[in-house]
Design a protein around this ligand. Structure first.
Ligand code: DGJ
Length: 750
């Protein structure tokens, strides 16, 4: 039993393998949060808190005339609104009488086997069949607003998920101005906030700052989870590092606008919240109606950031991703985008397929430009039928010819969008978001389809289903290239426009659900102008997401580093592209590009015809290496071995969970003369075992030439003890040239 109720103390304790989470019902019915942290035995944490009269704090009616009990200072499980708690809030309700009050008391709880379900929204699922659900019900006796606080308990995975079912059990309409998914008070300690900000082509940059008495928020108002902030954050001890310290993770299973807040209050207690952004959000609940929030995945590690990442990596692979390609090997693809952009014909594509087949690639992906009047990014979105001026033989024949060369075929679509210059727009101009009397803002010269309308979703589904069912398409890149603006649905009344943003998300998830359910063999790769929708919501439909439009491997180190805090490499779409790089103009060796792309789903995005014979030969070897270590890379434990930007190199490792093997990767990002030697201490090995080294990069980087040194140092030693590699480390030879990369494999032999 992972959920325990202690009748004597009125505590509810959730235990996972390594964590405990405790709340308590006070004699007045207040639901108080007592503890989340390392697993403890039977304990009542009430002793941690003392009530004092704090001036200017409101006292609930039940405790009158006791001035020591106040919502303003009490650690609460899900605070109410407008009744004396002045800290950041998780719910805001406007009642039928115009009052802004929501005041909750415990009404009961229930433990059920299995994981709760949220209708119409993606959420985690019970992969191993041993999850439990705790539902704690609190209600407002005056308005009838009821909250079912849902806790999904994944004991072995060390994860607790949270969501809220908001029910109007009253007699009047209630408008929710905010309906967050979680709130948590951490009454003691000094904490840092780690968040992942960015921009197009440079997503998920790691930033860490102290939490102070200011409210800090990590948020997106863009209708997508966004390039600018990722819906994942970590609150950790000020001194926490990869291997030490308490760390809390909060990850939102949602792909639209979101807000996560953190505040240290006047008595140094920290509160964190997370949910759908309340900008342009107003949900009307009529009596009897229910609003369900998306889910937050919460995890705790007492052993630093690496362990926290491992919890998320496993959980996302097992309990978020699903479908045919959850664990099966995914094909190595060649994507046409950076190979030819909009400039292709069926003949050039078939030539590309020939080249791809020769180097060992397994699938050709036809990116943007194959449909409607799409010769640039100014027209055609919405017209999902083939452009026969470019693909004269027709799509079906093209796919068949590519298949005949031994390659699978994948295709690109951007289903949520519409160009004004399209047949679809000419037929249905009101299907695009636009406010009455206003010309909507264009972005990439495109508008957003109003997916809050069922007929629009149906139409888009039918167009996609036609393409997918008439052709042997085995992969779909689902792109989305702008943020939402001018959000207004011609189909909703004025008073309901505050629902449009979220209804768009519900429409999108309905569409993704229908596509993945009816085409279960199609591998879907999420994408949004690169990585603007890299989130656990999308991962419920597609096991991989194009991580960034920046394919420069040196920037990718940065992007993939930030991404790795929450997301496993099996989700990270990553390709080897041309050099000089199309985004930065930087030149890098093809070996380095491959070492970086291998820490992801791996593929190519270039024209192989432009490569030298040596480079093509090297690609065949890259594919051999990726295949050889596929399971270790995709399923092994991921260790960050350098702090990004702190060293002239970046290093990371994949280690088998049982310590039997490890793959160490290093890229020198800032080559220096008269180098300090690079020494890396590995992690996750068996200290008593002996490992044999295979240097997979031996042929591919230059050592310092003899004119600078008396001898070329080359390791002759191939056997190392695990403890030596972990505590003394491995020292690399001096390297030379632009951005050399090393890839060393260690296999336990004794
Ligand atoms: C943005 C994506 O991230 C790119 O990979 C490419 O598919 C373009 N869109 C095509 O328009």
């Amino acid at each position: 039993m992972s959920i325990l109720f202690n009748e004597e103390h009125n505590t509810i304790t959730i235990n996972t393998k390594n964590t405990s989470y405790q709340m308590r019902v006070s004699s007045e019915g207040f639901l108080q949060h007592l503890y989340y942290g390392k697993r403890i035995g039977e304990e009542n944490f009430r002793y941690l808190y003392h009530n004092y009269d704090r001036a200017c704090a409101g006292n609930p009616d039940e405790v009158f005339p006791n001035r020591a009990i106040s919502f303003d200072t009490m650690p609460q499980e899900f605070p109410g609104y407008g009744v004396g708690d002045y800290r950041i809030h998780a719910i805001a309700a406007r009642n039928a009488d115009g009052s802004y009050g929501a005041d909750f008391r415990y009404a009961g709880h229930e433990v059920t086997k299995g994981k709760y379900k949220i209708s119409n929204l993606p959420s985690s699922y019970d992969y191993s069949g041993d999850a439990e659900t705790l539902t704690v019900t609190v209600n407002d006796k005056i308005t009838g607003l009821t909250l079912e606080l849902l806790y999904g308990v994944f004991e072995d995975e060390d994860v607790i998920t949270r969501a809220v079912r908001v029910v109007n059990n009253g007699k009047g309409e209630i408008a929710l101005d905010r309906a967050f998914s979680m709130s948590m008070d951490i009454p003691f300690g000094k904490w840092d906030l780690v968040h992942f900000h960015g921009k197009h082509a440079l997503e998920r940059q790691t930033e860490r700052e102290p939490l102070t008495h200011l409210v800090k928020s990590v948020e997106s108002r863009r209708g997508t989870s966004s390039h600018q902030e990722n819906p994942f954050m970590i609150v950790c001890d000020r001194k926490a590092d990869e291997d030490h310290g308490r760390c809390y993770g909060m990850m939102f299973v949602y792909s639209g606008s979101f807000k996560a807040e953190a505040e240290v209050d006047q008595i140094n207690s920290t509160r964190v919240t997370m949910g759908i952004h309340d900008d342009q959000f107003e949900w009307h609940l009529m009596p009897g109606e229910v609003f369900e929030t998306p889910e937050v995945i919460m995890a705790y590690s007492g052993e630093g950031l690496t362990e926290l990442s491992h919890i998320y990596h496993k959980f996302i692979r097992r309990n978020i991703c699903r479908g045919k390609y959850q664990f099966t090997r995914r094909p190595i693809l060649l994507n046409s985008w950076e190979a030819s952009y909009f400039d292709f014909t069926d003949e050039t594509l078939l030539a590309l397929a020939d080249e791809a087949a020769k180097i060992g690639v397994e699938m050709l992906v036809l990116d943007d430009g194959w449909f409607g009047d799409r010769n640039s990014d100014n027209a055609g979105l919405g017209d999902w039928y083939v452009n026969e001026n470019k693909i004269k033989c027709g799509l079906k024949s093209l796919v068949e010819q590519v298949n005949a060369k031994g390659l699978k075929f994948g295709i690109w679509m951007e289903p949520e969008m519409i160009n004004e210059d399209s047949d679809l727009y000419r037929a249905h101009p009101d299907w695009a978001f636009a406010m009455p009397g206003r010309k909507p803002a264009r972005s990439r010269n495109q508008l957003v389809l109003d997916l809050s309308r069922k007929e629009v979703v149906d139409y888009v589904y039918d167009s996609m289903a036609k393409i997918l069912s008439e052709n042997n398409i085995e992969y779909l890149k689902w792109d989305m290239n702008r943020s939402l603006s001018d959000v207004y649905s011609a189909a909703l009344p004025a008073a309901r426009q505050g629902e449009t943003m979220h209804r768009f998300m519900l429409g999108l998830y309905d569409l993704m659900g229908r596509i993945t359910e009816n085409f279960p063999d199609v591998l879907v790769e999420g994408c949004s102008g690169g990585g603007a929708r890299f989130d656990a919501g999308i991962l419920c439909y597609s096991p991989q997401i194009w991580c960034s439009d920046d394919t420069d491997p040196i920037h990718r180190l940065n992007i993939q580093y930030g991404t790795s805090f929450g997301y496993p490499v099996s989700t990270v779409g990553s390709h080897v592209s041309a050099s000089p790089n199309h985004q930065t103009g930087r030149s890098t060796p093809i070996h380095t590009r491959a070492v970086v792309a291998m820490s992801g789903t791996f593929g190519y995005e270039l024209d192989p015809a432009k490569l030298s014979d040596e480079e093509k030969e090297e690609i065949r070897d890259q594919i051999r290496i990726f295949d050889k270590y596929y399971d270790l890379i995709q399923g092994g434990l991921y260790y960050r071995l350098s702090e990004i930007g702190e060293e002239p190199y970046e290093a990371w490792e994949f280690a088998a969970e049982d310590g039997s093997e490890a793959l160490l990767n290093v890229v020198v990002t800032n080559i220096q003369p008269n180098q300090a030697l690079i020494n890396i201490r590995l992690k996750g090995l068996d200290p008593d075992a002996v490992y044999e080294l295979t240097d997979e990069s031996e042929k591919y980087f230059s050592r310092i030439p003899t004119m600078y040194t008396e001898e070329i140092h080359k390791h002759e030693k191939t056997l190392f003890r695990g403890d030596a590699l972990m505590y003394a480390g491995y020292t690399f030879e001096m390297v030379f040239g632009d951005y050399p990369a090393m890839q060393l494999y260690f296999r336990r032999v004794k």
